[in-house]
Design a protein around this ligand. Sequence first.
Ligand code: OSB
Ligand code: MG
Length: 369
Amino acid sequence: MTRISTVELRRVRLPLVHQFRTSSHAKRALEHILVTLTTTDGDAGWGEIASPSGPFYSAETVETCWAVARDHLAPLVLGADWQHPRDLPLGRVRGNQFARAGFDMAAWSLWSAGRGVPLAQALGGTRAEVEAGVSLGIEPAIDDLLAQVELRVAEGYRRVKLKIAPGWDVEPVRAVRSAYPSVPLHVDANGVYTPAHLPLLRELDTLGLLMIEQPYAPRALAELADLQQQLATPICLDESVEELDDLVTALRLGSGRILNIKVSRMGGLTAAVRAHDLAVEHGLPVWCGGMHEFGLGRAANVALSALPGFTLPSDVSGSDKYYARDVTTEPIVSVDGLVEVSTTAGLGREPDLGFIEANTTDRIVLPLP
Ligand code: OSB
Ligand code: MG
């Protein structure tokens, strides 16, 4: 590939159409960092750093991503000699997966566009459309949650995931289950339960859930394996798997039976594809999780979900679930719970430069030294 001559970083802030609350925090607006890599030929590739603002999902924040991107990742890619996104030396930076993911994604966008192939195909995708699920936050009351479920089921989403936390678990989940006996349903605890909650987790085990996502803390791989022994419902790993080696350990221990692969959490598409391949080799079904991505990151999630091992509905809801207007000229759309995989070369979505500019809160351009 031709050399990267400038890196542009932009903080872009968009309001959410509906407040989203998890076991750890609530949010009404999101600020993501858009990464643009431009080559000496003038081609540009876009990536998205979808870090939450605070260190409650992982250790990263928008501030750490900004600093690591500016001070460490940009210097690593500027002028680098690369033929393929895998050649970029992003792995020299330890941790900081969200920040790395934005650069890796921009490199894949550039590379697939340069080759004239759709990103999904470049990654090994085989599907023309992917099944979409929705993730519903903690609501003020059970009636509010039921209204959200009704709306999303009517829109055709193929699976509903409910965020749970102590005080908001068996009761709301039971209410949704009895109102919608046949809707594919799962729960996500974002790591807040401990082995002391075993009786409660056993109750959840009787509610016909597709999976229980991240019941224990990220590093509790041994305890998760003990729990999986005691539950019939598959445990799905999210926060526990930041590195491929975490997956190797989880597979060895039996810490879960399903894997949520997030481009952001794994440090990019390169690592996400590796995790997919390893999970498939071990018979683990996977699906693509999200971090409320704007349209650029969302397009990458759709492309990844086209890989054959993504046999469960992914968190790739339409842009409209989150944003009144998205950063791409065309939003991501879910029709009857299906999202089309783009067949145009590259990422498949174009940045809406005017709208991005209007919502940019900070910007820097780093040239070749
Ligand atoms: O655990 O999957 C999660 C959002 C923020 C932090 C953690 C998670 C989530 C989601 C969002 O569930 C899913 C989506 O992007 O649609
Ligand atoms: Mg999760």
